[in-house]
Ligand binder design. Sequence first.
Ligand code: FAD
Length: 560
Amino acid sequence: MTDTKTVVIIGGVAGGASAAARLRRLSESMEIIVLERSGYVSVANCGLPYHLSATIADRGDLLLQTPESLRDRFRLDVRVRNEVLSIDRREQTLAVRDLNAGLDYQLHYDALVLSPGAAPIVPPIPGAERGLVLRDIEDLDRMVGELAKAQNVVVVGGGFIGLEAAENLKEAGLEVTLVELGDQLLAPLDPEMAMPLERELRRHGVKVELGHSVVEIEAGTATLDDGRTVNADLVVFAIGVRPDGRLAADAGLALGPRGGIVVDDEQRTNDAAIWAVGDAVEKVDMLDGSATLTPLANIANRQGRRAADSIAGMPSKVLASQGTAIVKVFGKSAATTGWNEKRLRAVGRDFLAIHTHPNDHAAYYPGAQTLAIKILIDPKDGAILGAQAVGAEGVDKRIDVIATAMRAGLTATDLIDLELAYAPPFGSAKDPINQLGYIAENRMSGLSESADWSEIEQLQTSGWKLLDVRTREEFAEGSIPGATNVPVDELRDHLDDLRGSDYLVYCAVGQRAHVATQLLKAHGISAKNLDGGWTTWRNTRTARSLRDVPKKQLVGAALS
Ligand code: FAD
């Protein structure tokens, strides 16, 4: 049957453009109109920061489609610089302003898709109007225009976009100061996992001000909350976004507790003729089913497709969101999926944390570099609750495998049996993912016990001694305060000296310490392995936020 309904889509970028193209592929007869306030459709928002450094040199490469190309390919009626002012749900009409012609008109819809995105948050501080945001092509053009005159830039906010802006502005030759209110960068990661990014920024000459905010912007300077002034010809706000629910709220559509539009699992709002997708809507969290805002392109695109399916009368179901995300900061990448330790602690959920520091590929093949991976699992059934990784290479692959495992409902011990592509330039016969499975199995079976870095002080207070089983050379380069050094290969010669105490044993990453704890226990000496070893501990020295929250459960041992 030919479907002649008129579908109007508000917002022509990620979610809106996906919905429009999918709809046309499903129906040749529908009238499809896309209304976009800005001058551009189907823009590669995620690529905007890379034009600042000319990594993406041609601005045109960010414009994936034009109204003309969408008309030719999909017979879409795309109207840029057309802003929807309001929705009349009873009459099923929109009030639209054509910003080019300067006139308003009414537009009827049979089905309406809202994909208006999110609005960058600008702090209410004196001089805020001098700051810039980076959300669309117009913002980018404004920023590029300022760059020519600027020497010093302050980026406010150490999240994904703040980090990308800082990196690319530095690459563009500017002096960059990154100001972040929290005591770590990239809040979706736990502090010890974010630390390598901070080091990488500093290594490239970006000044990082953690635990501070910008309280005033004046010509050429920004004032921090402790009174210091920082040179700032340009200030970039990247402190987050809030869902753009204004049109929806004005039309009486339901908004959720996080301020996003409420939709069902077909992306339909509480009005049967209106769907909503992307950054503007609330998602369902995969772990606990709570309302969440995950402003990510993958989700917006998926939701756009599913909304189109639903409008076309096809089966459609959007699955819960797990927040898988990645960022590159100079030579390092960091990625995450699911929940982090901070969030698990905050809700008092039991978890088991495993830190590993494997090579991204076989150590004997040139160029191998160390990764840091953290996985959080349910100690009862091994369900994977979340994971994070940071390193130079192979971060994306590991987090994507874990994200897929989570979606498929695999447990941590199932990771042992994943057959992953291997040759020396790419991985190891025992891939870091398989190793996580081995460690999880050892911990869950109680084969060995471990403790977490945040338990060190408490264990020391109860009489446990720190035993460093690395080589003397490694020990001389730095150690955890209070540790005694007995290299693992000399341990058997010192058993009598060690008897009579309990030991928290560590090495560089946990492998030699596992051998040592098993040896000590075989000789009747109580021992636990320090999870992630010296490498994780070193990354936690300025990471105080975790310590403030009571520990629920951290047990286990490391072995691969
Ligand atoms: P948008 O893509 O923002 O589109 C909304 C559109 O609606 C806008 O063009 C707006 O002009 C239009 N609009 C709003 N109101 C009206 C109205 N009343 N009338 C007409 N038009 C209207 N995500 C990732 O997953 N990975 C990344 O690496 C990544 N990097 C990013 C980098 C930057 C700099 C930015 C800004 C975002 C990045 N994102 C990234 C997020 C990603 O771009 C968004 O999640 C995605 O674009 C959301 O899609 P959307 O359709 O909901 O909204």
